[in-house]
Design a protein around this ligand. Sequence first.
Ligand SMILES: NC(=O)c1ccc[n+]([C@@H]2O[C@H](COP(=O)([O-])OP(=O)(O)OC[C@H]3O[C@@H](n4cnc5c(N)ncnc54)[C@H](OP(=O)(O)O)[C@@H]3O)[C@@H](O)[C@H]2O)c1
Length: 227
Amino acid sequence: MAHGKRSALIVGASRGLGLGLVQALMARGWDVTATARGPAPGLDGLEPAPRIERVDIDDDAGVARLGRTLSGERFDVVFIVAGVATDAQVPVPQVGRASALKVYETNAISPIRAAEVLVPCVAPGGLVVLMSSILGSVGANESGGMESYRASKAALNTLARSFEARHRDAPFGVVLMHPGWVRTDMGGPEAEIDVGTSAAGIAEVLEARLGHKGCVYLDHRGETLPW
Ligand SMILES: NC(=O)c1ccc[n+]([C@@H]2O[C@H](COP(=O)([O-])OP(=O)(O)OC[C@H]3O[C@@H](n4cnc5c(N)ncnc54)[C@H](OP(=O)(O)O)[C@@H]3O)[C@@H](O)[C@H]2O)c1
């Protein structure tokens, strides 16, 4: 099917997977708008440079400002990548309440609230994509560990299904994406794949998914994951 130049808004692109996705999509000819909440030397150094906006997804006023800045624009993909894994190794009985709640806020509440604000910017046939994790699968959790992080991504998955149900009549689909275990600040040096491999896979999966509605939970190879 013939298509014009595709466009994406990548929220949380200062480093890691967000930055890698900006590079992977630009390399495939997409127009990319990237956001960072603070200094982002990796983004600033890209050549050609993407358009860069500022937003902290935990700041409702800032997200609303981004919505106003982008009003009237349409993106084929609006991708909320930002996430944290603070105290992920500390079991829930020991983790500080404030820390666990902040992880829930940033990984589950804020992405959905940002997606809601940005819905008017999603092009017909486009996608709202939320960065989840296989660790958000309740069914696949046989080993435990990473407790508050897992729970935050499970909550994101559930909230994304409610988001999709709320917008079922709208002409876009929802994707929950597991990027693989990736060598980033969060994934660590022992992770299985590099950012480029994950980002290229995700880009391919998203291109194949454009034009499809519903809410799916996929990994970077396009495999469907168990809820
Ligand atoms: N790496 C993996 O193996 C893996 C596996 C599964 C899922 N994921 C998910 O993939 C996403 C990206 O992870 P990563 O590995 O690239 O992690 P990372 O290297 O730690 O990068 C995290 C990114 O999120 C941004 N961020 C955090 N809180 C934010 C907020 N409140 N507002 C705006 N931006 C915020 C950070 O911005 P600053 O630079 O300003 O801190 C940074 O750009 C996360 O959602 C993570 O849970 C990663």
